[in-house]
Design a protein around this ligand. Sequence first.
Ligand code: 5RP
Length: 226
Amino acid sequence: MNLKQMVGIEAASYIEDGMIVGLGTGSTAYYMVEELGRRIKEENLSVVGVTTSEATRQQAEGLGIPLKSIDEVPHVDLTIDGADEVNPQFEGIKGGGAALLFEKIVATYSRHNIWIVDESKWVEQLGAFPLPVEVMPYGSQQLVHLFEKEGLNPVLRVDADNNPIVTDGKHYIIDLHCQVIAEPRRLADWLNSLPGVVEHGLFLSIVDTVIIGKESGIETIQKHAN
Ligand code: 5RP
């Protein structure tokens, strides 16, 4: 069993009967969704899933997981998702799989958020992983120029045919190759202030539990309210 599978299965054990569960996106969340499908079949677990991408919707539907959209539920009890980087302050970068907008919406309306990562993603400082920024196609080149001017090394994400990739929300992604993000909150506030920026991959006050898959086993870290 690989580390992603290990944490995916572990995280699915946090899902309880009757819960409304946010289902994340990516190769780690994939294993959690598979395990949830198994538990529904074999343990008769009754849950409602709220998916964070078209890819996860298709997977969950194929497994027979009952689904509702975020607008059809009063709240979400627990969302389990992957992440690209997470630091000891429980701040993270998400969006490597281009699903950051829906992921952030579902996470924001969730009472609890668990991230599942392998140990390579636990970092002291954010920024080595390119920070995804989801933008409106209209004006996106102006944002690329602005990010260049600010020294943020922007790269418009393209597909194999060199066309801009289009997210589930019908936007583009600009990846910022920052190397180090010294002040995540300041960068997040600035990005939020820019017309044309729909969302960014800095998830700063969202996650409360991180499950890390290590060669030596699973480590679960909880954020303590202080
Ligand atoms: C998708 C995401 C993913 O959760 C993140 O990229 C981690 O993916 P993986 O588990 O495949 O490494 O944010 O938008």
